[in-house]
Design a protein around this ligand. Structure first.
Ligand code: GLU
Length: 428
């Protein structure tokens, strides 16, 4: 007979990858969960994992197959919720970790969702618009059996945007026979999207960044900011910080790293990226020779807003910033967390720092259900309030328990999830 305590095979691999990082974070929070620790294994196993083949006909008539995933990590507190990532390095273990961080994040900011995530292992830059649309639609059809406005609601993530969400919404709706705008969030405004959603993640990073800075006596005015990733999260955060008087002194993207100690003009840089596809070659900036030099740049605030495990043992001790705001999911390894803590660097963890996106996704979903749309001011006010409150309670808990903000955020999030788990009980 199979050992009932044996770990499913797909959970065993990749101990050093994002799923391994997540498991270590769960181990670190477990001693603080009291009697709920009895249920902690729930958090170490995704509820549901779907792997799909996504075949498309390429423009040249050949057939290409892509590997797609949708993982529902937990639905104890509500439907699954989380983005869809198109990237050449997407793996099952990565999507599992990203789905699990959504569970903790949604609970930490108290939006009524579980956690989910999806992805396709593809470099979307290699596809034409037509191929991208066919791949998105086929993927949506394949995961159609587990998504839905009350089941699991995808959203944008790395390399996906409102156009992809429109195709996903349309494909799901065509399969259902009726328009279901609440099946995805991050849609275009004209299809039931929400004002402020596009900026929400970067805005949330900015809001919690201001809260954290004020608590450590750092003035945003004049603070030097370094940003890794200049997409939807990094660029918006950089703009809001620079509007508040900070100097954006370094930006790294997939193509290279640029610096300007006097501060980069973020609006002009965004316009440059729109034309050239990268921050490199921006007039008035200097380019660093090696990517790795980015981590040693003189700055006060560092915003990793790209991929996982960027801040690790190899660079944590070189980081000059006093404050790190995790715009990305999972950018810091547990070993790096410890090194930063020893050096007195404050890390505001992903599950709080980047929760602005899913918070406004929640607003979008609520607006779609009620077919009544709020003003941008209302959205931003409510977003700011939720982010401030979430940050304040995590800060207070961290002080009380003498733990890092990450562990405190995990205590808040995991406690909410496991309380729901316990109240619901096991079925059958
Ligand atoms: N992909 C975003 C995240 O990692 C947003 C998810 C959502 O809005 O559902 O939080």
């Amino acid at each position: 007979m199979a050992n009932p305590h044996e770990i499913p095979s797909y959970l065993k691999h990749d101990a050093l990858g994002p799923w391994g990082v997540y498991l270590e974070q769960i181990d670190r929070v477990t001693p603080y969960l009291g009697n709920l620790a009895r249920w902690v294994e729930t958090l170490k196993r995704p509820k549901r994992v779907l792997i799909v083949d996504v075949p498309i006909e390429r423009d040249d008539g050949s057939i290409a197959h892509f590997e797609g995933y949708r993982v529902q990590h937990n639905t104890s507190r509500g439907p699954g919720k989380g983005g869809v990532r198109f990237h050449q390095d997407v793996t099952l273990s990565e999507v599992m970790a990203l789905s699990a961080w959504m569970t903790v994040k949604n609970a930490a900011v108290n939006v009524p969702y579980g956690g989910a995530k999806g992805g396709i292992r593809v470099d979307p830059k290699t596809l034409s618009q037509g191929e991208l649309q066919r791949m998105t639609r086929r993927y949506t059809s394949e995961i159609n059996i587990i998504i839905g406005p009350n089941k699991d609601i995808p959203a944008p993530d790395v390399n996906t945007n409102e156009q992809i969400m429109a195709w996903m919404m349309d494909t799901y709706s065509m399969n259902q026979g009726s328009t279901a705008s609440g099946v995805v969030t991050g849609k275009p405004i004209s299809l039931g999207g929400s004002l402020g959603r596009h900026e929400a993640t970067g805005r949330g990073v900015f809001v919690v960044g201001c809260e954290a800075a004020s608590r450590i006596g750092m003035d945003i005015k004049g603070a030097r900011l370094a940003v890794q990733g200049f997409g939807n999260v990094g660029a918006v955060a950089a703009r809001l910080f620079s509007e508040a008087g900070a100097r954006v002194v370094a930006v790294q993207d997939h193509a290279g790293t640029i610096t300007r100690p006097a501060g980069l003009n973020v609006m002009a840089l965004q316009a440059h990226v729109a034309v050239h596809g990268s921050v490199t070659g921006f007039p008035g900036s200097e380019e660093l020779a090696a990517r790795d030099q980015f981590w040693g740049v003189e700055c006060d605030i560092l915003v990793p807003a790209a991929l996982e495990q960027q801040i690790n043992e190899s660079n944590a001790n070189r980081i000059q910033a006093k404050l790190i705001l995790e715009g990305a999911n999972g950018p810091t390894t547990p070993a790096a967390d410890d090194m930063l803590r020893d050096r007195g660097v404050l890390v505001v963890p992903d599950v709080i720092a980047n929760a602005g996106g899913v918070t406004v996704s929640y607003f979008e979903w609520v607006q779609d259900f009620s077919s009544y749309f709020w003003t941008e001011d209302e959205i931003n006010l409510r977003l700011t309030r939720i982010m401030r409150e979430a940050f304040a309670s995590v800060w207070q808990l961290a002080e009380e328990k003498k733990v890092s903000l990450r562990t405190a955020a995990f205590i808040v999030g995991c406690t909410r999830v496991l309380q729901a788990r316990e109240m619901r009980g096991l079925y059958p």
